[in-house]
Design a protein around this ligand. Structure first.
Ligand SMILES: Cc1cc2nc3c(=O)[nH]c(=O)nc-3n(C[C@H](O)[C@H](O)[C@H](O)COP(=O)(O)O)c2cc1C
Length: 196
């Protein structure tokens, strides 16, 4: 699979089934993140790979309503970072940007390995910190839910909207609203109003 194919194939699927998580897989995902670019090569990203039944069970308590589909995760990658780990240039703080780049590489590599790697924001960072003993001064910026896409329409954890959206990628804004040529265009000055 080439990068273009992985970009096209990646989806935030929610109907998951269990898959074996090997050390090789974890090494592959870490490598994808490790080689990502970062400001001054600061590499602000840190990950906790949660895969024991005990911890996966506890992580259910941290999920927001609507994210019950995550209960079928085979692994949860907890992404943490700190502002101080990366460049701060006046109002530009690069820790979240650079961590996002690393997460993107990791997600594409997981896609290439035929896995679903779905980032979420709907969880309690306080509970995640408590469960995994993460120091308070870290930012838990996302959880990446890892599994295998289920062949079933619903494994019993999805609501009707989530079942429907499995089949069709949520709409994107038009390219005219994403970029302009040579100079700024007022079309770029519109916030997206759409369904998630
Ligand atoms: C930062 C971030 C937070 C997200 N949070 C959630 C979430 O809490 N629950 C969820 O079901 N999906 C979540 N998603 C998935 C998005 O809803 C999804 O990527 C988007 O609808 C586009 O669909 P696609 O990735 O299948 O193309 C999140 C995605 C990102 C990047």
């Amino acid at each position: 699979m080439d990068v273009k194919e992985a970009i096209e194939k990646r989806r935030a699927y929610r109907c998951l089934e269990k898959v074996e998580i090997t050390d090789d897989l974890i090494n592959e995902l870490v490598r994808a993140a490790q080689l990502s670019p970062s400001c001054f090569n600061n590499q602000p990203w840190r990950f906790i790979f949660v895969k024991s039944n005990e911890k996966l069970e506890q992580m259910k308590q941290a999920m927001n309503k609507g994210n019950e589909w995550t209960y079928a995760a085979s692994m949860i990658i907890v992404v943490i970072t700190k502002k101080e780990f990366d460049c701060i240039i006046k109002d530009r703080e690069y820790y979240l940007f650079d961590t996002g780049l690393a997460v993107s590489a990791m997600i594409l590599r997981a896609t290439e390995l035929n896995l679903v790697a779905h980032p979420i924001a709907g969880y309690s960072p306080e509970k995640v910190k408590e469960i995994l003993q993460i120091p308070q001064d870290f930012n838990v910026i996302t959880l990446i839910i890892v599994g295998k896409k289920s062949e079933k329409e619903n494994n019993g954890l999805l609501n009707d909207y989530q079942v429907a959206i499995e089949k069709q990628r949520p709409e994107r804004i038009t390219v005219e609203h994403i970029y302009s040529m040579d100079v700024f265009n007022e079309r770029l000055n519109q916030k997206v109003e759409h369904k998630k």
